[in-house]
Design a protein around this ligand. Structure first.
Ligand SMILES: Nc1ncnc2c1ncn2[C@@H]1O[C@H](COP(=O)(O)OP(=O)(O)O)[C@@H](O)[C@H]1O
Ligand SMILES: [Mg+2]
Length: 318
């Protein structure tokens, strides 16, 4: 029995996130899903934040960090974005603000802003913030996000915690500097910053909470796991799902990719037997609450619109 993603067609989600280990077929599935919805007439953006550029390869055209219309598929746009670009946007958004506050009581140069930018969680939070900005801009009916490999995605879930911890430490650190300069107040004339540091920090905190609320909202967003029927794939999937459970985030669909369907030699028979065991583990463990969609291993790589559409057909078969 094979499930399908077809139930997503009448749900009108705004954001579909694709996660899983590196190399399992995330980008392939993300593009197949995006192409499918574009063909249904929904204006769709597929965005990849994986450091290994891949949309360009799959669509066989240059896709950069700006919305690029995908040739041959009306209503489909692509963006490939690196964390460098995202950090730069963060710097533009918050840099001046941070600098203004800190420099109002401490003699720091602008490099200090970059130092804060390297804090754990900032990159992930800003990536999500950027993507949420695209979703909320209502330029698209649907945004399909091909996330970076699992480790990264998981970090996003812990984000508020990681982030708040960091901010706590940072706040103490800045406050120490601040009180030090406060003591010198009599001798040194200090100007007052426009916004206090705590105000800025609590606005970041609010952002983190807003982001997690959006991801948790079943009306608006959906997270799809891609895996392969092998030990590593299964183990990583278990980790992702138990993390999701912990944060009360739902996974409704799992794509099991690279499944050997026809085995006409001993090599493929052995692989098929191995895969069958792992598929059974996934079915036993999740079959009652997650739709499991098998995608066969093709004899070729998945490149170009025609082959992507073959994958769409499998994913959305009725
Ligand atoms: N079902 C499949 N059959 C054959 N090749 C596949 C299949 N799914 C993905 N591939 C190929 O595997 C490679 C990795 O896929 P990709 O989607 O880039 O993985 P990820 O984004 O998870 O790193 C690509 O060369 C892709 O064409
Ligand atoms: Mg990829």
């Amino acid at each position: 029995m094979n499930d399908s993603l077809a139930d997503l067609e009448n749900k009108h989600k705004q954001l579909v996130m694709i996660g899983g280990k590196g190399g399992v077929g995330k980008t392939t599935c993300a593009t197949a899903i995006a192409v499918h919805f574009a063909r249904l007439g929904r204006k769709t953006l597929v965005i990849s934040s994986d450091p290994t550029p891949s949309l360009s390869d799959i669509f066989e055209m240059e896709i950069g960090d700006h919305q690029t219309p995908i040739a041959g598929i009306g209503g489909l746009y692509g963006i490939e974005i690196s964390s460098d670009v995202v950090l730069n946007m963060w710097r533009e958004r918050f840099g001046a603000e941070i600098y203004e506050v800190i420099s109002s009581f401490a003699d720091v140069d602008y490099d200090f802003v970059d130092y804060i930018g390297t804090a754990p969680g900032i990159e992930e939070e800003y990536m999500l913030n950027y993507i949420l900005g695209l979703v909320e801009s209502k330029q698209f009916d649907l945004v399909v996000w091909d996330t970076a490999p699992a480790g990264h995605t998981l970090k996003l879930l812990h984000l508020p915690q990681i982030f708040l911890k960091h901010l706590e430490a940072a706040t103490k650190f800045y406050m120490n500097i601040y009180s030090y300069f406060e003591k010198l107040k009599e001798t040194v004339k200090l100007q007052k910053g426009k916004r206090t540091l705590l105000e800025i920090i609590s606005s970041w905190e609010a952002l983190a909470i807003k982001i997690v609320d959006f991801i948790r909202d079943q009306e608006k967003s959906e997270f799809i796991i891609v895996t392969i029927p092998e030990a590593l794939g299964v183990r990583q999937t278990e980790r992702i799902i138990s993390d999701f459970d912990q944060y009360e985030l739902m996974v409704n669909h799992m794509i099991i990719n690279n499944v050997v369907k026809e085995a006409d030699c001993s090599f493929h028979q052995a692989r098929k037997a191995m895969q069958t065991e792992y598929i059974k583990i996934l079915e036993d463990k999740y079959g009652d609450r997650i739709k499991l969609i098998q995608v066969p291993l093709a004899p070729h790589e998945i490149k170009g619109v025609e082959r992507i559409e073959q994958v769409s057909e499998i994913l959305f078969s009725k």
